[in-house]
Design a binder for this molecule. Structure first.
Ligand SMILES: [Zn+2]
Length: 170
């Protein structure tokens, strides 16, 4: 049997607290892939992020027209043990040490332009950091970095903000 994951493209994006190199803003923000089904949002039981933080981050994207399926707290299913993230956005602690200033990273599994799963790993001191989950959910929904100061998809958290220009669901 061939694992489905071999056919997927895994994109890895991480967000850092600060960036040593100044990024040149991209001209246009383009969604790389999107969900065609409502993703189940799974917060693994070993992930002490507050429900308030999760809801706030989901509401950020709902306001832009995105929808989510069931939100499962204290999840202990296989999704939280790395066997699959099919159909879900799974939120968990980092599974291996992050380098230096990385606070979180998202792996998005997509077939061409269709997102079929995503895993968001968050560093232990950063679960409740404002805007962090919003940013990672952006990756899970198919958005790349957009290094304009104040934009939610800026790759450096200290240069990001609530600006959501260009992210509205089309
Ligand atoms: Zn990022």
């Amino acid at each position: 049997m061939v694992s489905w994951i071999k056919f997927g493209v895994i994109l890895l994006s991480s967000v850092s607290l600060m960036m040593a190199v100044i990024s040149i803003p991209q001209g246009k923000l383009e969604q790389l892939a999107s969900w065609h089904a409502l993703p189940t949002v799974r917060i693994c039981s070993n992930t002490p992020i507050s429900e308030h933080r999760v809801e706030e981050a989901l509401d950020f994207w709902r306001a832009l027209g995105y929808e989510f399926g069931t939100v499962v707290y204290n999840d202990e299913t296989d999704w939280c043990y790395g066997s699959t993230y099919f159909g879900s956005i799974v939120i968990m602690p980092n599974q291996s040490p992050f380098n230096g200033q990385t606070l979180a990273q998202t792996q998005r599994v997509a077939y061409n332009e269709l997102v079929v799963g995503a895993k968001i790993e968050i560093r232990a001191d950063s679960y409740d950091r404002p805007l962090l989950l919003e940013h990672e959910l952006g990756h899970a929904l198919g958005w790349p970095h957009y290094n304009v100061k104040g934009h939610i998809m800026h790759r450096a958290l200290n240069k990001s903000g609530e600006n959501c220009k260009g992210l509205k669901k089309s």
